[in-house]
Design a protein around this ligand. Structure first.
Ligand code: PLP
Length: 331
């Protein structure tokens, strides 16, 4: 039985040959420092999203860039506002900065409660993070509710839209993040090459930020944080967009199949727009993870809350459907 790791929302596919070739060529120069300005990659990203290169900040994964954002804007005793449950890193960064995590509970169906988040903004709030699709529930925010929320946030509060899974979204009510970015000088869009692009091991992510914000973020970045291999892999991946799109489509269609099967078994699966599904198991999260492990599936339990399972190749997804069915029979 092939074991599968469906706990980190990685791409299940091997690197594309063109990307692997670019990296192989690049590592021959490993005695040299990487290009600190990352200008070629920044220009390619800028062209893809429709901004200028000085609005793009590349870092060691979007986690790395988010760390730069915290260093730039969050001070001791500030409030950092985000939904909960959401990405595990947010409260970790907040506590490293000596700030307070203000966690606004998700709605019962796993979505951001932007109304309640709007009410939770205070004079001490310096950073707001909106994760869409939300890790771990997979739910997205919609354009109208996000606009209403942003209208309530003061201009001196930075709002990060964490779109780590944007490539997998199919819901047409989602905001066009770049249009939102252009309309709001305090909005930063965060994206990554780790998920849909399959470069999790090479650590490349980026922020799109207005020039005055981008300039500060560059100062808080570690010099040479992104290796030459990472830079060339990201560039080659942007060039391989059509091939990567085929893979994303495959995962999106597998996602629909898995969600459908789980719901037919009676699971209350939120409407995921990402490459994972959320099983709201509550106190049974760890027990389910153990059962899955016994069937060769490493899933991600969040104690007392639920289990996140990445969409993988069909064989792994079939296994997840079986494990979930067996669990329901026995509980
Ligand atoms: C995976 C993930 C990231 C970042 O991953 P990196 O590998 O650091 O780019 C950021 N935000 C969310 C919500 C994620 O799930």
């Amino acid at each position: 039985m092939t074991p599968y790791k469906i706990s980190s929302n990685e791409s299940p596919y091997p690197p594309l040959p063109s990307v692997l070739d670019a990296v192989r060529d690049a590592v021959g120069d490993m005695n040299r420092y990487p290009d600190a300005s990352m200008i070629e990659l920044r220009e390619a990203i800028a062209q893809q999203v429709g901004v200028s290169a000085d609005e793009v900040v590349v870092g060691a994964g979007s986690s790395g860039v988010l760390g730069q954002i915290f260093s730039a804007v969050v001070e001791e005793d500030d409030d950092v506002l985000f939904a909960w449950r959401s990405f595990e890193l947010y409260p970790i960064y907040a506590s490293l900065a000596g700030a307070r995590s203000v966690q606004v509970p998700l709605t019962a169906d796993g979505r951001h409660d932007l109304e309640a988040m709007g009410q939770a903004v205070r004079p001490t709030t310096s950073l707001v993070i909106v994760c869409s699709p939300n890790n771990p529930t997979g739910c997205v925010v919609h354009a109208d509710e996000l606009e209403r929320f942003l209208a309530r946030v003061p201009d001196d509060v930075l709002v990060v839209l964490d779109e780590a899974y944007v490539e997998f979204v199919q819901d047409d009510e989602v905001p066009d993040a770049m249009a939102v970015y252009r309309a709001h000088p305090n909005v930063v869009v965060l994206r990554t090459f780790s998920k849909a692009y399959g470069l999790a091991g090479l650590r490349v992510g980026y922020a799109v930020a207005h020039p005055h914000v981008a300039a500060v973020l560059r100062k808080t970045g570690m010099p040479f944080a992104v290796t030459t291999a990472g830079q060339v892999a990201a560039l080659a991946s942007l060039e391989a967009a059509p091939e990567l799109e085929v893979r994303v489509k495959e995962l999106v269609s597998e996602r629909a199949r898995v969600v459908d099967a789980l719901r037919r078994q009676g699971w209350d699966v939120p409407d995921t727009q990402a490459n994972f599904v959320w099983l709201p198991l509550g106190a049974d999260a760890s027990a389910f993870a153990e059962a899955a492990d016994g069937s060769g599936l490493a899933v991600r339990p969040f104690d007392g809350d639920g289990v996140r399972c990445s969409i993988d190749v069909a064989d792994a997804n079939d296994r997840l459907i079986e494990v979930a069915a067996r669990w329901r029979e026995q509980h």
